[in-house]
Design a protein around this ligand. Structure first.
Ligand code: SF4
Length: 329
């Protein structure tokens, strides 16, 4: 193996096509090259959903199924539950001594997310979640973290924190992780919103049945100026065309030209896309069905991975405590 990767998901809802093209497909490939740790980030989910923990409980299972269904192999990758690895919480406390409140306040991702959630009075947990992420990464000595653009400031914080820790305590206990920036395109929502989101009501979920996908595709926003098939279209502003570019690459140029020259109708165009999406989703649904029928297997995967994570985490905490002189007896 070329190193260890830390990746994962917040269990705040089912994963969708945006996750599939943005992270899950590359995750499924990377697992054969890197020792892959997959975090089910329930504590991080609590920073925004602490008043509705029942949603997190339900989605822990769903998010695990989503990962398994796209081909994350539990024999190869390690799934673990954040709240069941106490080392992460312990490291978060120790690391919090080394990060200033101003650094967290000025973190651009925190500012954007706080504005999106409408927070004008940040909780300690929300403001500090990048520190907890540093613990997620370092407890298992991950040296590579695949992230989207919005997570880059958090990675920089982790790298700085590691350097500061090693410098202050004159040690090399913590390894500085590298950022693996995703080059996958962000998938737009069915409503034309630049982002497909779990809670934006504009997503096709990996667990959606065929009929639901069809309904969603046929209700997607297209070119509003194209009233009839005789009107020349503007595919560049159409969400359906955007999806053709991702899920129907071979035909997308032809569709673009046909739309511009009024040689294809939106119904046919949507039908073609629906068929392509089904080709992608069919094997995912089949794998998912297997795990849905074997819930004990899913539980065993999570427990076995969490046990392995705890063993590594306890070793890291012991070294960190020793470096910080908080190991007394
Ligand atoms: S033909 Fe296709 S690309 Fe053109 S506007 Fe209709 S749905 Fe969009």
């Amino acid at each position: 193996m070329a190193g260890r990767i830390l990746t994962g998901d917040r269990p705040t809802g089912n994963l969708h096509l945006g996750h599939l093209v943005g992270s899950l497909l590359s995750r499924a490939q990377l697992q054969h090259k890197y020792d892959t740790f997959i975090l089910i980030a329930d504590v991080q989910a609590l920073t925004t959903h602490f008043e509705h923990p029942e949603k997190i409980e339900k989605n822990m299972y769903n998010v695990t199924l989503d990962n398994l269904s796209v081909g994350i192999d539990p024999e190869v990758s390690t799934f673990f539950i954040q709240s069941m690895v106490p080392a992460i919480a312990e490291l978060t406390i120790f690391y919090s001594m080394l990060v200033s409140v101003n650094t967290l306040r000025h973190n651009p991702t925190i500012k954007t997310e706080a504005a999106n959630y409408g927070y004008d009075d940040l909780t300690y947990g929300f403001l500090g979640y990048p520190v907890s992420q540093s613990a997620d990464i370092t407890f298992c000595n991950a040296n590579l973290v695949p992230v989207g653009e919005d997570q880059v400031p958090h990675m920089e914080l982790t790298r700085k924190l590691v350097r500061r820790f090693n410098d202050v305590y004159n040690t090399d206990v913590l390894a500085e992780p590298e950022t693996m920036l995703s080059d996958c395109p962000r998938l737009a929502g069915l409503d034309g919103n630049a982002k497909m989101g779990k809670s934006l009501n504009n997503a096709i979920f990996l667990c959606d049945p065929e009929e639901t996908v069809k309904t969603k595709v046929f209700s997607a926003i297209t070119d509003p100026q194209r009233i009839s098939t005789k009107d020349k279209g503007h595919p560049e502003i159409c969400s359906i065309y955007h999806y053709h570019q991702t899920f129907n690459k071979q035909e997308s140029s032809k569709i673009c030209e046909s739309c511009k020259n009024a040689q294809i109708g939106c119904v046919d165009c949507k039908n073609t896309l629906f068929e392509k999406l089904n080709e992608t989703l069919k094997p995912i649904r089949e794998k998912r069905r297997y795990y849905e029928e074997h819930p004990d297997t899913v539980k065993e995967i999570l427990l076995a991975g969490t046990k392995k994570a705890n063993k590594i985490g306890n070793e890291t905490v012991a070294k960190v405590k020793e470096a910080m002189h908080v190991k007394y007896f």
